[in-house]
Unconditional design. Structure first.
Length: 115
């Protein structure tokens, strides 16, 4: 992102990104603005790559959006449960590590026998 350059514009009737190669942070800001301004129903336009990144970004950030395009909505609906499963596995891993560290800290170290 270049400082001082416009990344997207609120046209009143749409939020328009200035590049379909926009960075994810810019895309997220545009999606959040569109969601706030127009409600959950969104209709992104762009290349296949841009549309895929839009769906993936909305899944990753659990955005409350609905795609007006049936194929994009189906993709979003298929990915949301997978994202939830991934997050649950990550939480379980973190909890297991935390328990293991707590055990290591709370259990006194036994002196090693001298040979």
């Amino acid at each position: 992102m270049r400082r001082g350059e416009r990344q997207f514009t609120d046209e009143g009737w749409a939020v328009v990104l200035h590049s379909t190669d926009a960075e994810l942070e810019i895309m997220l800001a545009g999606l959040l603005l569109a969601r706030q301004k127009f409600g959950p129903g969104i209709d992104p336009l762009g290349s296949e790559d841009f549309l895929e990144r839009t769906v993936m970004l909305s899944v990753e950030h659990r955005l409350d959006v609905r795609f007006r395009d049936a194929a994009l909505e189906a993709r979003w609906l298929n990915l949301m449960p997978l994202q939830a499963q991934q997050e649950e596995l990550l939480r379980a891993e973190q909890k297991a590590r935390s328990v293991q560290l707590q055990r290591m800290v709370s259990e006194p170290q036994q002196p090693q026998p001298k040979p």
